[in-house]
Design a protein around this ligand. Sequence first.
Ligand SMILES: Cc1cc2nc3c(=O)[nH]c(=O)nc-3n(C[C@H](O)[C@H](O)[C@H](O)COP(=O)(O)OP(=O)(O)OC[C@H]3O[C@@H](n4cnc5c(N)ncnc54)[C@H](O)[C@@H]3O)c2cc1C
Length: 413
Amino acid sequence: MVPTQFSVLIVGAGPVGLVLAWRLTKAGIAVRVLEREPILEPMLRSSTWHPPTLDMLVEDGLTKVLHRAGRITPTWQIRLHETGERAEFDLSLIADATRHPWRLQCDQAVLVRELEARLCAIDASIVRRGAHVVGVGQAAHGAFVDWVPTPLDTRSVDTETRPSGPSVREHASIVVGCDGARSMVRDAIGASFEGTLYPETTVLVTTPFAFEDHLSGLSGINYVWAPDGTYSLLRLADVWRVSLHPAEDESIEAAQHPRRIAERLAAITPAAAGAPIGEMRPYRVHQRLASHWQRGRLALAGDAAHLNNPKGGMGMNGGIHDAFELSDALAEIAAGASLERLERYERRRLPVARDDIIAQADQNRTRMWEPSLDGRRKLLANLQALAADPVRCRAHLLRTSMIDGLRRSKTLA
Ligand SMILES: Cc1cc2nc3c(=O)[nH]c(=O)nc-3n(C[C@H](O)[C@H](O)[C@H](O)COP(=O)(O)OP(=O)(O)OC[C@H]3O[C@@H](n4cnc5c(N)ncnc54)[C@H](O)[C@@H]3O)c2cc1C
């Protein structure tokens, strides 16, 4: 079936799919978002917002919404647990390159909820929750998806498994996969997703315990070398998010036992032993890149196209940057440009995902897994020298704040 007007179907109502839907709606393009989950599960994932993402979301006051719910962190640091020695990076050095020279710590769900409510207020049928996409295809004049209603009681159903029942087919001019790591649209495009699964498991713990009163000179974002590995402390509006790693010979189950979590928190500072725990969840991380991000009338953005280690907080931010570039491309196509404009989208964003986001996140991880105290001291001395040199430090902050990559992508034809 040939759509009567230019329209875009987005699979996935995560932050990337909804930013794309919001941008396209503002450009006057008909949009529909299909989301497998019947409701948004309260589960902390991304919390770091980088300066250029905050700049992009200023329109319509979205950055204000995030700031109201989050916490500004003007500096971030890498520190040695034993002595508290640290290298601290001050984002005011890049104040001439951004309206928001800080990182913001705020749950990604705040943006998801806000955008979904705004889209719903425009037209309640734009976002369809409980629609599990089970098939994707394209022909010369249009693309389509087949979806099946997700059973309402998702607790008894594995959402990764295809639900049974008859499917509904919907058509559009373009289908975009913002459907995360296991993207079905990526499979339909025929892209490979080469990369690796990192060996370590991370246990995410949130607690209102006031680490700032017990560890001197903490920033809002702290990556720490500890005697038994590494941990990080990120401060949101009302909780600290602690990332712990099980010991080498420890099972994931044992690492999640409340007594063990209490021991690990006490190892950070003894007073934290009895700290109340909010969320607690183990996860593993991949680094992967889709071999191509578009074919004909199908395209990818966000985790569907690239996955990286969360150290440095760049996955969601990079996905939102994809959504901005892709919405510009789709607006041009809606105005009459050829589908080849999608190839330029890929040429602009794929190298940044590979060379900036994935590579930088991998470097951040490698640094924090340095095993020897000697090696850590050398790394720390280098980082302290970098932080003390305004010219080199500014260059480092432009790169780690994702400004360099974005600037470069705009120059790629
Ligand atoms: C613990 C953790 C911490 C992180 N911290 C950070 C951070 O600080 N900063 C940062 O930038 N990034 C961070 N990330 C990464 C960030 O969470 C992701 O990059 C981001 O969620 C990607 O957004 P997305 O919209 O592309 O995909 P997702 O958020 O995964 O959304 C995909 C959506 O598609 C839906 N979907 C999937 N398949 C189908 C289907 N067949 N039919 C219909 N719907 C479907 C899913 O239900 C989901 O809602 C972190 C990740 C984790 C796990």
